[in-house]
Design a protein around this ligand. Structure first.
Ligand SMILES: NC(=O)c1ccc[n+]([C@@H]2O[C@H](COP(=O)([O-])OP(=O)(O)OC[C@H]3O[C@@H](n4cnc5c(N)ncnc54)[C@H](O)[C@@H]3O)[C@@H](O)[C@H]2O)c1
Length: 337
């Protein structure tokens, strides 16, 4: 008999205002999700260890009585009365997840385990922010959820890719063994306000370089493709997936199937910022995927979801955010100097 058998009574379950835990809520995606849930009238408890997340991302949420945050590392167990859990906690960009790769693996594996145990004890539905990285450098294009991937288990990206794969397996097993209601989103490249300037992913890199007039660095020949989803579209997908029938427990791709080469993205950013930056080419990092594009048929069919925000609109709003961020940090620097 499983340790959690018999769990299943949650006196809060029938109330319309739900108490929702967002792990990793101070990060890029997490802060947008907290805002969306608060606007939907929910109570939100954000937990975060502030490794890549920032208090700045949450400042505008402090006016909500229904919002609170707790500094906590999900590698350690946590106990809170809760109705739903979104697990977004994990550094997402290669420079950040590779800075302490063992802690990255612990975050995905032990962190997911701790939150799944909390979900089982509380009879709470739980959502996992998985990733297109579970497909590695794919041999199938575009990638449907049924594709098992081509992941290097022994390399600099393995802590992230294998950690996320193991987390999916844990979600599968908690559902099978303890009947926990689980949801898994396989997220493809997403961009928007609240990204860090030093995030290290392609959209923020290009925008920050263009705004500073620095060279725009393309790794490889720029012919590798990516699909870019604007954050508002993605968060809508999260909420729809969480509200979908319990029977939808298998992973669902969420991303924008529009495909652009990295060189095209650089040119768009230069045009939209009016920057004088030049493009320079550097060697491709180890295990960098050549092509990535989601097959979103499942999300379309099951969630009636597909992205609607055009790249040009999303880039403009992200550029405006980085302009404000860079102006603020230049102001802060001027005050100190
Ligand atoms: N942004 C994307 O394009 C993308 C793509 C695929 C998957 N994802 C996944 O979505 C989630 C959010 O990504 P993001 O882009 O917002 O990244 P992010 O780095 O901005 O946010 C991650 C948040 O988790 C927190 N965190 C990290 N380790 C933690 C720990 N052990 N305990 C508590 N908090 C911890 C960080 O401080 C940060 O606030 C991640 O799980 C990531 O793997 C994101």
């Amino acid at each position: 008999m499983g340790a959690f058998q018999g769990a299943g009574r949650n006196p809060r379950q029938n109330q319309s205002k739900r108490r929702i835990l967002v792990a990793g809520g101070a990060g890029f995606l997490g802060s947008h999700l907290c805002e969306r849930l608060l606007n939907d009238g929910q109570e939100v408890i954000c937990i975060d260890n502030f490794s890549t997340g920032r208090l700045e991302n949450l400042r505008h949420l402090l006016r909500f009585d229904a919002f609170s945050f707790v500094r906590h590392d999900i590698v350690e167990p946590i106990d809170l009365p809760i109705d739903e859990i979104y697990n977004l906690a994990c550094p997402a960009s290669p420079p950040h997840y590779q800075a302490d790769p063992i802690h990255t693996t612990k975050t995905s594996v032990l962190g997911s385990l701790n939150l799944l145990e909390l979900a089982a004890r509380s009879n709470a539905r739980i959502f996992q922010a998985s990733t297109s990285e579970v497909y590695g450098d794919p041999h199938v294009h575009p990638q449907p959820e049924s594709y098992w991937g081509n992941v290097n288990p022994f390399g600099p990206r393995s802590c992230y890719d294998e950690g996320k794969r193991c987390a999916e397996a844990l979600f599968h097993d908690f559902h099978q063994q303890y009947g926990v209601q689980t949801k898994i989103a396989r997220i493809f490249n997403t961009y928007g306000p609240h990204m860090r300037a030093d995030d290290g992913r392609v959209v923020s890199n290009f925008i920050v370089q263009a705004l500073k007039g620095d060279d725009i660095t393309i790794y490889g020949d720029g012919a590798q493709t990516r699909s870019f989803c604007y954050v508002d579209d993605l968060i809508e997908g999260f909420v729809r997936l969480m509200r979908a029938p319990a029977s939808l427990d298998a992973p669902v791709n969420l991303g924008n199937p529009g495909e652009f080469t990295v060189a095209e993205l650089a040119e768009k950013v230069i045009a939209l910022t009016g920057s004088s930056s030049k493009i320079v080419y550097l060697p491709l990092p180890v295990d960098d995927p050549r092509q990535r594009r989601p097959d979103i048929s499942v999300a379309k069919r099951e969630l009636n979801w597909e992205p609607s925000i055009q790249l040009a609109y999303g880039l403009k709003s992200t550029i405006a955010y980085f302009e404000r961020l860079l102006a603020r940090s230049a102001g802060a620097f001027a005050e100190v100097a």
